[in-house]
Design a protein around this ligand. Structure first.
Ligand code: UDP
Ligand code: MG
Length: 314
């Protein structure tokens, strides 16, 4: 199997059929072996009956139905887990992505990239609740992860399957796969893709997504930078905080001895206690993190590195 298309769907009854035929004609024109995996993420609008009707006549269309609405990331993850293609292409099920872009994504993969991320250069969404928050989030993600893309949120991307095999998704994390993958040495690039306004159904997200994305960004940044060495992060903060505490403590003493400013009336004393306490907490947190990192990597036999090739080593 060369290509797997993975589509998360939540209440997209009026889009499913048109999406299926657009996908079908794009894929048939490519003359490669393919499958379409549609994941019904607990729809309550009858999307599933449309899907099962379509799948009855086409063995290339595979359907997974989740028991309840688990969210887009989980739905995509379910699709990735059973996709069999060498190249996996997720896309939205609301016809906002264009199946006609698929051959171009594949061309990029065949140039040697491991991840090709779609860039909705001319995005057809509302400006205030979508485009502006997304612009800010993209700039922040690009800066913090060091993987420079214009549009992390575009679902339409292409992955070599090895890239996805090593990555487990949580929260809203599907948008961070390129960043997580590049941490394992994947070659990542982007490609401008078409984007259309939503014609049927409603968007499943509001402005509150921005906060969720920012929180996940913190997780990803931490995982990328410190998951194998938490003490390096927390220990550093701990040492700085303790040093600051020693500084304010000395200041308090100095004021007491040479300026006759009583210690118990000096706010610096409280700051000192607070800083020393925090410093110790940070270091202990770092040590606990180290313990967790060992449980995480060793219990699963996960190495902390990724090998690309081996020669004379079987
Ligand atoms: N989706 C999903 N589960 C959810 C929310 C969304 O499977 O809980 C699907 C949805 O059906 C669509 C895709 O994820 O195919 C993107 O969602 P949406 O179009 O609402 O997001 P937007 O394009 O507005 O960012
Ligand atoms: Mg959409």
């Amino acid at each position: 199997m060369e290509v797997s298309i993975v589509v998360p769907l939540y209440n997209e009854r009026d889009n499913v059929e048109a999406l299926y035929s657009a996908l079908k004609s794009a894929l048939e024109a490519m003359h490669c072996s393919y499958e379409i995996v549609m994941v019904d993420d607990g729809s309550s609008d009858g999307s599933y009956s449309v899907l099962s009707r379509l799948a009855a006549d086409d063995a290339c269309l595979k359907i997974i139905r989740l028991r309840r609405n688990f969210g887009q990331t989980a739905a995509m993850s379910a699709g990735f887990d059973c996709a069999q293609g060498d190249i996996i292409i997720p896309m939205d099920g609301d016809l906002q992505n264009d199946p006609a872009d698929i051959p171009r994504l594949l061309d990029k993969i065949h140039e040697g990239y491991d991840v090709v991320s779609g860039w909705r250069r001319d995005r057809k969404d509302t400006v205030v609740t979508r485009k502006i928050p997304s612009m800010l989030a993209n700039a922040l993600i690009s800066r913090l992860t060091g993987v420079h893309l214009h549009d992390y949120g575009c679902t339409l991307k292409a992955y070599r399957r090895e890239v996805l095999d090593g990555i487990n998704l949580y929260g809203e994390m599907h948008r961070f796969v390129p960043a997580l993958a590049s941490q394992f040495g994947a070659r990542v690039t982007e490609l401008p893709v078409n984007h259309f306004p939503r014609l049927h159904g409603v968007s499943k997200y509001g402005i509150s997504r921005t906060l969720r994305v920012i929180l996940d960004l913190m997780t990803v940044k931490f995982l990328m930078a410190y998951s194998t060495k938490p003490i390096q992060l927390f220990g550093k903060w701990g040492v700085y905080t303790i040093l600051a505490g020693i500084g304010t403590g000395s200041m308090t003493l100095y004021m007491k001895l040479f300026e006759h400013f009583s210690m118990n009336r000096n706010p610096l004393l409280i700051l000192t206690a607070f800083l020393l306490f925090m410093g110790v907490q940070f270091i202990v947190l770092g040590l606990l993190g180290e313990l967790n990192a060992r449980t995480y990597f060793e219990s699963q036999g996960k190495p902390i590195y990724v090998v690309k090739d081996r020669i004379n080593l079987d």
